[in-house]
Design a protein around this ligand. Structure first.
Ligand code: ADP
Ligand code: ZN
Ligand code: ZN
Length: 736
């Protein structure tokens, strides 16, 4: 057996697994999914045991030994292992790097997978025969003995608090009378009989939905919970989860936005008490490890988390919910370009559990699957509180005099709602003060040196900031090209509108909510608490405000610029705009008071704006699907991209061209895909590098993967890509 080899996954960007000999003085059995320390070049790395093989007698290579086995029991279960292998094949990404996603950072680095521990003292069996008189000459040891006889065990800390010295403790340990041991302190309590919120009485559609989900227990059925904004989707899956938890199983809820986590956690805790955990990037490592252990040991019932929670091992998974399934943030846009929604679907298949995709604006991929009966559709067509959907009004901006981008109509409506004690939400998906600045004398414009983009003017603090590469410059005193100091800040961002609204409506608070104003972890929660007090105020913000929030006192939503995004270079542009507009509008009139939406537009008769005004995302999505079908683009064909970026535009282009030329693609494989490019990306220059991309389309997924397999084997040939960074993106969602 000593010649057996162990294949270990190493967290490096190469596709292969590396072989090692078992540890030199190994007695325990190595198991798949355990972490090991391995020598790698001059370094020692943490790897994960994957498989075992016999050493061929002709194999003369020198293998090195595994240095140490870190876990006796494997940390990854079979489901996680299968999921990782699938993801590596599907996304054409190294398994060794994917595995890292399954662990919180410290466990990845080799720390013990344990809760915080406390040290204890106890009597040994020898110690239990000891009499107090035996220690007559050592009163402190005597005291400790008495304590241990009374309490069986005490923590080291409390012994110290009783004035027991380390010398006394060590002396008793040396004599074999007492033991020192560690024990994990689980942060999770046993199930408690806390008084929980009684569940709401559901309306017939909600009841139907819960019933359908409940009857899918133990089966892999995908549901599309397609309900208008405020129709009680959350209520539906809360009650479905109740059933799952009653069966002793766990639920995983994926949410798109970290800012939604505190709200969601609170709502779940009202129902389920303390066995609810959230998991996202703002958690510190200890909290992440605790959530990870809680999930994998079955100590928590419910995990609410962002994208990366889809990798959490769960002892007893019973259901997965993907809330706002259409949201872009489920897709990771760099490195391992996975879609958490699609990983969730595959995971549910592996673990034979139902998945619920919930949205008021389902993605076109999902709608297509629903139309083809791959998903079961659960419709909620009415608002749960009995409120009606908001009414829409377009304001034609052509030839209108505006006040800092705001029309008279919107300002008057805002004034009216505030005077009635209501809240108003103003939406502008652009942060900063103004998206550009121009020299009035010579026409110099605030281009970013590193991107094909303009630098945004920020006022607080005063600076120029590129939102694409994060480059920052001090605000110029004079024009760098003609020396004049006569500048024009051009266009509007949230900071500028905030300044105006504060001056125009001094009686009401204006709360600006964008990623600048909510940089501190707690701020967003504080803002939401402020909003929920219900005082009249203006909420001004970016898409951060559009997602899933329930603001009962908002009666008016103003969309400052309904046109942005209408003329996008990306074929997914119109789908995105429709989703965003519908979601933002859905914040109006969710409770007792009716709501309305004002859209400002320079082209109110654009079909897309008209569609939004009639309030039907569904109708719009149907038309879009037809268009996509006739032009044979996703979701009616499958797509992948290969990106290349380097400091020289032509180097990036040639990298892809060479790849295509050198790759020995079988003619049959080639005939089954359609290639578009290489073309420069929409923003070719970004962060100082030039980006080109090749799009690959195919009517068959497996043909697409066959083609990518050939590309991949070429790409991982290290010599080819010295100056160039590249990536494969399967099911890309955007070119930016
Ligand atoms: P969605 O997730 O579809 O946006 P929510 O589940 O958040 O909708 O519900 C919107 C509001 O309606 C919430 O305040 C919720 O408590 C309430 N609600 C949901 N279902 C019911 C119901 N059956 N009866 C009364 N109120 C409900
Ligand atoms: Zn100038
Ligand atoms: Zn830039």
């Amino acid at each position: 057996m000593s010649s057996d080899l162990v294949e270990v996954l190493v967290p490096i960007p190469l596709m292969e697994k590396f072989s090692y000999l078992p540890p030199k003085n190994n007695t325990s059995l190595l198991k798949q999914g355990s972490r090991v320390l391995i020598p790698f070049g001059k370094r020692t790395l943490v790897g994960v045991v994957w498989s075992f093989s016999k050493k061929d007698s002709t194999d003369k290579r020198k293998y090195r030994h595994i240095v140490e086995v870190l876990d006796e029991a494997p940390l990854l279960d079979a489901h996680s292992i299968n999921l990782a292998e699938w993801a590596s094949r599907y996304y054409h990404y190294p398994l060794g790097e994917i595995i890292a996603y399954f662990f919180p950072p410290s466990i990845r680095k080799g720390k013990e997978a344990k809760f915080r521990e406390s040290k204890y003292l106890e009597l040994t069996s020898k110690g239990s025969f000891l009499q107090s008189e035996d220690l007559a000459r050592a009163p402190i040891q005597q005291k400790l003995l008495a304590l241990l006889k009374e309490k069986k065990e005490i923590t080291l800390k409390s012994a110290q608090a009783f004035g027991i010295s380390t010398t006394a403790i060590n002396s008793l340990i040396e004599k074999g009378y007492i033991n020192r041991f560690s024990r994990e302190l689980s942060p999770y309590k046993k199930l408690e009989n806390k008084k929980l919120l009684p569940s709401k009485k559901l309306n017939p559609e909600q009841k139907e939905a819960v019933k359908a989900i409940n009857s899918a227990r133990g089966k892999n059925i995908t549901f599309l919970l397609d309900g208008i904004t405020g129709s009680g989707k959350t209520e539906v899956y809360l009650q479905a989860i109740q059933e799952v938890v009653n069966q002793g199983k766990q639920a995983l809820i994926l949410i798109p936005e970290i800012g939604l986590a505190p709200q969601a956690e609170e709502r779940f805790k009202e129902y389920f008490g303390d066995r609810v955990m959230s998991f996202h990037s703002a958690k510190n490592d200890r909290e992440k490890v605790d959530a990870w252990l809680g999930a994998s040991r079955g100590l928590v019932d419910i995990i609410i988390g962002t994208r990366s929670s889809v990798f959490l091992p769960m002892k007893n998974l019973g259901i997965i919910i993907v809330d706002e399934e259409h949201d872009l943030s489920f897709k990771q846009m760099d490195k391992f370009r996975y879609s958490a929604r699609d990983m969730a679907l595959y995971r549910a298949k592996l673990e034979k559990v139902p998945v619920v995709l919930a949205s008021a604006t389902p993605s076109l991929e999902t709608l297509k699957n629903a139309e083809e009966d791959k998903y079961k559709v659960l419709k909620l067509s009415k608002r749960a509180t009995g409120a009606s959907l908001p009414t829409f009004q377009a304001v034609d901006l052509r030839g209108k005099e505006l006040n800092e981008g705001l029309s008279k109509e919107l300002l008057e409506a805002t004034h009216l709602e505030l005077s009635k004690g209501n809240q108003v939400l103003i939406f502008l998906n652009r942060r900063g003060y103004a998206p550009s600045m121009i020299c009035k004398v010579c026409g110099w414009i605030s281009n970013c040196d590193r991107c094909d983009a303009l630098m945004t003017v920020h006022k607080n603090p005063f600076k120029l900031h590129c939102h694409h590469c994060e480059a920052q410059k001090t605000y110029p005193n004079k024009c760098q090209s003609c020396g004049s100091n006569d500048f024009l800040t051009y266009g509007f961002g949230t900071e500028r509108i905030e300044e105006f609204l504060q001056g125009h409506f001094p009686e009401a608070m204006t709360l600006r909510i964008d990623s600048d104003s909510t940089r501190k972890k707690e701020t967003l929660s504080e803002y939401f608490n402020e909003i929920r007090k219900g005082k009249p105020m203006i909420l001004l913000g970016t898409q951060l405000l559009a997602k899933g929030h329930h603001f009962p006192d908002v009666t008016l939503v103003g969309i400052i610029d309904a046109d942005s995004g209408l003329f996008s270079a990306d074929f997914r542009g119109s789908e995105r705009v429709a989703q965003l507009m519908t979601q933002v509008s859905g914040r109006a009139g969710r409770d007792k008071k009716p709501g309305r939406v004002i859209l400002q537009s320079y082209c109110p008769d654009h079909p897309q704006i008209e569609e939004i005004i009639t309030g039907s995302y569904e109708g719009f999505a149907k038309k879009l699907l037809e268009e996509r079908k006739s032009s044979k683009i996703p979701p009616f064909t499958f797509q992948a991209k290969i990106f290349a970026e380097s400091p020289k535009s032509l180097v990036s282009r040639d990298f892809i061209l060479n790849l295509l030329n050198r790759a020995n693609v079988d003619e049959k494989v080639k005939a089954n895909v359609r290639l578009v490019g290489p073309l420069p990306s929409v923003m070719e220059k970004k962060s100082g590098v030039y980006r080109w991309e090749l799009s690959i389309f195919s009517a068959s997924r497996s043909n697409l993967h066959k083609f990518l397999d050939v590309m991949q084997s070429r790409l991982y040939d290290a010599k080819a890509s010295k100056q160039v960074r590249w990536a494969i993106d399967v099911d890309p969602l955007s070119s930016i």
